[in-house]
Design a protein around this ligand. Structure first.
Ligand code: F6R
Length: 259
């Protein structure tokens, strides 16, 4: 696991965008996209590079991490609508290359299996962008999710529903969701997790320095061969080996600049 310590949320976004851009410029790519506040600076930076530096998404296919059950795609708070608003509608990614599980599918279990299979038949995800919940979830894999799980229907934790209540002013936060499983996420070739803010510091420490445990689902990234965790100072504040991460980061950057 590589830890990148940044000065600001904007810098977090720029570092994550560097990894995505490097992959996109190599040829057709499959991206895994998180929604929520964490990847916003990443998406803003990608949009800027699209507008100002000819970064094209025309050869990109994108799979969202999750979707609320019960919401049709057109609902303002569906992850289909959210990812369009925050990224897809501002770049040249063809809409038919954007995939989300259908939250209003009549057979949610079947829909989850279909979605998991669609990711596999697309050749798997090249770069998966992730945020982390204050309770350690990635995607909507809440604590006690199986580390081997596939895309499936999950019950949202009370804490997650409270965190996301800000998007549902009428108080009708969905109780169920469809989410890529931890086993599905682990198959992405790169896992890039971005976190900012002091409310993530505990979860970040458990993910990076705690045991690999279903109690902190994000800790499964310790088993991933190419996981990069990009943090602002507040999200990194509880890490105990900060000096070591800083030194490793400096040496890595020197090595990269020799190439
Ligand atoms: C969203 C997702 C979630 C969020 C997490 C953090 O697609 O998969 O795991 O990344 O809940 O949410 P924010 O970034 O809003 O703090």
């Amino acid at each position: 696991m590589q830890i990148l310590l940044c000065e600001s949320a904007e810098q977090v976004g720029a570092r994550a965008a560097d990894i995505i851009e490097a992959r996109i410029r190599r040829g057709p790519a499959v991206l895994g996209l998180a929604t929520g506040s964490s990847p916003r600076t990443t998406y803003l930076e990608l949009i800027r590079r699209h507008r100002e530096e000819q970064l094209s998404f025309s050869q990109v296919r994108a799979f969202t991490l999750d979707e609320y059950a019960g919401l049709p795609a057109e609902h303002e708070q569906s992850y289909w609508s959210t990812i369009r608003r925050e990224l897809v509608d501002h770049v040249d990614l063809p809409l038919e290359h954007l995939f989300t599980p259908r939250g209003d599918a009549p057979n949610l279990r079947g829909e989850a299996q279909r979605y998991d299979a669609a990711i596999v038949s697309a050749g798997g995800v090249d770069v998966q962008i992730l945020g982390i919940g204050a309770n350690g979830h990635i995607g909507f894999n809440e604590p006690t999710s199986s580390l081997e799980s596939r895309t499936r229907v999950k019950t949202l934790a009370g804490a997650t529903r409270e965190d996301n209540a800000r998007f549902f002013p009428e108080g009708n936060v969905p109780r169920l969701c469809l989410t890529q499983g931890l086993g599905t996420i682990r198959e992405a070739r790169w896992a890039v997790l971005v976190a900012m803010g002091s409310n993530k510091a505990n979860a970040v420490r458990a993910m990076v320095e705690g045991p690999v445990s279903a109690h902190c689902p994000a800790s499964v990234l310790q088993l991933h061969p190419q996981a990069v965790v990009i943090l602002d100072p507040a999200a990194a504040a509880d890490l105990t080996l900060l000096d070591y991460y800083r030194e490793a980061q400096e040496l890595n950057e020197q090595l990269l600049s020799y190439r």
